[in-house]
Design a binder for this molecule. Structure first.
Ligand SMILES: [Zn+2]
Length: 241
């Protein structure tokens, strides 16, 4: 039992050191996450309006090619009228009407091309520019944070690797149920799952422990937890033994 308790104690020491290493990195990893999600939002918006821009351009192209067809037909009809190839009045009127219709259709198309889309197109262009400016800023900030994180990780990486491998070795020796017990307390005590008992006090919360219980904790025949803070207790004598 003492051995099981000591293993949890060692695990806690490693976890605390790892936690300290991570806290050195401060809020940089969270900052990087934030920047990346801002970037995603902007990328998505840019994609949306680029698609809209493309739709407008395609529409304009198809209107323009419709105009070309109309223009060609109009010229042909014009030619027929001028060369006097048309025999009857009825035929003449029909052709003249076709020409008029084509003219007004072309006019309407041209007007639509100019008026309906130009303001939307420049809105899109402006927004895309604005997005690009924001993206440039975010990318610069991202790069700076990533460099900082890389630097910090380089400094602490070796230590982290050692601690992580020590942790894995210890975990292999710890009972699954002991580890679950440890994890439960670690979670609510922010990584401080184990407290040393020194001279009848819990060093986790400094509350005193009844003498009889202190003796039992020294015997370590089972796990004891502090009645006021809930940490798993280990007698200091066990650490020096
Ligand atoms: Zn306590």
């Amino acid at each position: 039992m003492k051995e099981r308790l000591l293993l949890l104690y060692k695990l806690n020491r490693i976890d605390k050191e790892l936690h300290e290493l991570f806290s050195l990195r401060g809020d940089i990893p969270a900052k990087i996450d934030d920047l990346n999600s801002e970037k995603n939002v902007l990328d998505e918006r840019a994609g949306e309006i680029k698609a809209e821009q493309e739709t407008i351009i395609n529409q304009e192209k198809s209107v323009a090619s419709e105009n070309d067809v109309l223009l060609e037909k109009m010229e042909k009809n014009d030619e027929l009228l001028r060369t006097g190839a048309v025999k009857s009045n009825k035929e003449y009127d029909a052709l003249a009407k076709e020409i008029e219709d084509a003219k007004s259709k072309i006019k309407a198309n041209e007007k639509a091309l100019k008026e309906d889309n130009s303001s939307r197109k420049s809105e899109i262009e402006n927004e895309l520019l604005l997005i690009q400016v924001q993206l440039d800023e975010i990318n610069a900030e991202l790069e700076q944070n990533e460099t900082e994180l890389k630097e910090l990780t380089k400094q602490t990486g070796e230590e982290e690797k050692e601690l992580t491998s020590d942790r894995e070795d210890i975990l292999k020796k710890i009972d699954k149920s002991d580890f679950e017990y440890y994890e439960r307390i670690s979670k609510v005590r922010f990584g401080e799952a184990i407290a040393v008992v020194r001279k009848g006090s819990c060093l986790g919360c400094y509350s005193s422990i009844p003498p009889q219980k202190a003796i039992e904790i020294r015997m370590a025949e089972k796990f004891y937890s502090c009645e006021s803070c809930g940490r798993i207790l280990i007698a200091e004598e066990l650490l020096t033994a």
